[in-house]
Design a protein around this ligand. Structure first.
Ligand code: BES
Ligand code: ZN
Ligand code: ZN
Length: 489
C-alpha cells in the first residue's frame, strides 16, 4: 500500500472512496455531505465507528479529536472497514491548519499500522485490493506547507510504523521457527539491509569467557544454543550513544518452576523486548537519526530437562555478584543482568532495557500500559511524555528501598525473586539495579512491556497478537530530541 501526497483540489483527485473523518461528532463540517443519511442510519461519529455511504462513495469514520492518536485510530479503522472491499484508491484530507506535519504523519502511521496482518501460518490468504491512499493537501491553502514537507511527514510516519510492524513479525513467529539461532540470523539480515549498521553474534564460548553464567544457566536445558546479538548503528557525527538491551526469550516454559499450561501459551512473545530493540535500531537507521545506537539481545529459551538450572542453584553473574535461584521462571532478569553488564562496557550516554519481565506489571497497570522504572526522574518523565506522543501508554512505577530489601538472600548476594508476593514489577526492576554500575544509575531506564507486547484481543489499532510495544515511544523520543523537530512533531 502506497501513501501519496496530492496538492490538487479534492474533487480532482481520482479515488474509489473518500474517507471523511467526523471530528468530535461535528456533522456540520463541510466534508460531511451526507449528514441526513448518517443520522438516518444512527451513525453517531463515535470513535471506532464507521459507515460507508454508497451514493457519495464516502466512508465516514468517527474521530474524537485532532490529536494525533485519534487520527491514527480513525485511519486504522478506515482501513479495517474497507479491507474486504474492492476499493483500490482512497483519498483523505488532512484536517489541520495549524500544525502541518502532525496529522499527515498520523494518517500515514494509522494506515500502515492498521494494515498489518500476520498470515504466515494460514494456508489461504485473501488478496487485498487497496493499493493507494492519497492524502490531499487542500486544507493547506491557509498554511505555508510545501509538498516536500508533507512528503517528509508521510515518510517519517511510514518508517515508524514499518519498524513497529517489523517487531510484530518477529514476536508473532512461532517458537519452533524463531529460535535463538534464527533470531540471530534475522539480526544479521537486518544489518545487511540497513546503512551504517553492523551485527555481531556470539555463542556459548563467548558467554563462558565473559563470565555470563546467569544467562548460560537459563539456556542450559534448551536444545538451541544461546546467542548474544549485538547490532550497532553508527552514523557520522553521532550526538550520543544509546544502548538498548532486549530480553530475547524465544520461549519461556518457566523452566523447572514450570508455568501452568494456560500461562505458557503466548510465551513465544517473551522475545518482545529483543524484537523491539532490533526494530528501534531499524527505525533509527532508516530515519537517519543522529545517534549511535546499540541493540544488545540475550536470545535463549527457558526449558526443562535433566541439565536444567534449578531452584537452589547459586549463579555468579558477569559482574561477580551471586544470585540464589528460587524460581526458574524469573529467568528474564538473569539473562538481562549479564547483558546489562556487557552493555555498560560500551559506555552508554543512555542505557535502556526492554523486557516482558513480569506478570506483576500487567496486574499493576493493566494489559495496555508499559511500566517505566529507573532512578532518574527527568529521564522517566521524558520517556512517558514521548510515549504519549507516540500513542503508547506508559506509567512510572517507583522504586523504594523497602522493596529492594525484599530481594535479600541468606545464601547469596541476592535472590532472583522477592520474598513478598506484592510489588513484583518493581522488585524485578530493582533486581536489575544490582547490575547497573554507579556511573550509569542516572542513565538507565527499565521498560517492562509484559502487558502491551502481546494481546489476545485486538484493541485500538493493535491487531490480535504482537503490538510492537516500546518501539514507537523510543523512536518518538529520539525524533523529538533531534534537529528535525519542526517537521517531525
Ligand atoms: N515472561 C514472564 C513474564 C510475563 C508474564 C510476560 C505474562 C508476559 C505475560 C517472566 O519470565 C515470568 O515468568 N515472570 C514471573 C516472575 C515470578 C516468578 C517472580 C511472573 O511474572 O510470574
Ligand atoms: Zn519466566
Ligand atoms: Zn520470561
Amino acid at each position: 500500500m502506497m501513501i501519496e501526497i496530492s496538492n490538487k483540489k479534492l474533487e480532482k483527485v481520482v479515488a474509489d472512496i473518500h474517507v471523511v473523518l467526523v471530528i468530535n461528532k461535528d456533522f456540520t463540517h463541510s466534508s460531511v455531505v451526507d449528514k441526513e443519511f448518517l443520522e438516518f442510519c444512527g451513525f453517531k461519529g463515535e470513535s471506532e465507528e464507521s459507515l460507508l455511504v454508497q451514493s457519495s462513495n464516502t466512508l465516514y469514520v468517527g474521530c474524537d479529536s485532532l490529536e494525533a492518536d485519534d487520527i491514527r485510530l480513525a485511519c486504522a479503522q478506515a482501513y479495517e472497514a474497507l479491507k474486504k472491499t474492492k476499493a483500490k484508491i482512497l483519498k483523505i484530507r488532512t484536517y489541520s491548519s495549524d500544525c502541518p506535519g502532525v496529522n499527515i504523519k498520523a494518517i500515514a502511521e494509522g494506515f500502515t499500522l492498521g494494515a498489518y496482518e500476520f498470515n504466515a501460518y494460514k494456508s489461504k490468504n485473501e488478496e487485498k485490493s487497496l493499493e493507494r491512499v492519497v492524502i490531499v493537501l487542500e486544507d493547506y491553502s491557509r498554511v505555508d506547507v510545501s509538498i516536500q514537507t508533507a512528503q517528509k511527514a508521510v515518510d517519517v510516519g511510514v518508517k515508524i510504523a514499518d519498524a513497529t510492524n517489523y517487531a510484530k513479525d518477529i514476536v508473532n513467529a512461532m517458537p519452533n521457527e524463531m529460535t535463538p539461532e534464527a533470531l540471530a540470523q534475522k539480526a544479521e539480515e537486518l544489518a545487511s539491509s540497513l546503512q551504517n549498521v553492523t551485527c555481531k553474534v556470539f555463542g556459548e564460548e563467548f558467554l563462558k569467557e565473559q563470565g555470563m553464567n546467569a544467562f548460560l544457566a537459563v539456556s542450559r536445558a534448551s536444545v538451541h544454543s544461546p546467542k548474544l546479538i549485538h547490532l550497532i548503528y553508527k552514523p557520522e557525527n553521532a550526538q550520543k550513544r544509546i544502548v538498548y538491551v532486549g530480553k530475547g526469550l524465544t520461549y519461556d516454559s518457566g523452566g523447572l518452576s514450570l508455568k501452568p499450561s494456560e500461562h505458557m501459551v503466548t510465551m513465544k512473545a517473551d522475545k518482545s523486548g529483543a524484537s523491539a530493540v532490533m526494530a528501534i535500531l531499524k527505525g533509527a537507521s532508516e530515519l537517519k537519526l543522529p545517534y549511535e545506537i546499540h541493540a544488545i539481545v540475550g536470545a535463549t529459551e527457558n526449558m526443562i530437562g535433566g541439565n536444567a538450572y534449578k531452584p537452589d542453584d547459586v549463579l555468579i553473574a558477569k559482574n561477580g555478584k551471586t544470585i540464589e535461584v528460587r524460581n526458574t521462571d524469573a529467568e528474564g532478569r538473569l539473562v538481562l543482568a549479564d547483558c546489562l553488564c556487557y552493555a555498560q562496557e560500551f559506555k552508554p550516554d543512555e542505557l535502556i532495557d526492554m523486557a516482558t519481565l513480569t506478570g506483576a506489571c500487567v496486574v499493576a497497570l493493566g494489559e495496555f500500559t508499559t511500566g517505566v522504572m529507573g532512578h532518574n526522574e527527568a529521564f522517566k518523565q521524558n520517556m512517558v511524555s514521548s510515549a504519549a506522543k507516540s500513542g503508547e501508554l506508559s506509567a512510572i512505577l517507583p522504586f523504594n528501598k523497602y522493596l529492594k530489601k525484599l530481594l535479600k538472600s541468606s545464601v547469596a548476594d541476592m535472590s532472583n525473586i522477592s520474598s513478598s508476593r506484592y510489588g513484583g514489577a518493581i522488585t524485578a526492576g530493582l533486581f536489575l539495579d544490582n547490575f547497573i554500575e554507579d556511573e550509569y544509575k542516572q542513565k538507565w531506564i527499565h521498560l517492562d512491556i509484559a502487558g502491551p507486547a502481546y494481546i489476545e484481543k485486538a484493541w485500538g489499532y493493535n491487531q490480535f497478537g504482537a503490538s510492537g510495544a516500546g518501539v514507537r515511544m523510543n523512536l518518538y523520543r529520539m525524533i523529538d530530541e533531534s534537529k528535525d523537530k519542526k517537521i517531525l512533531n
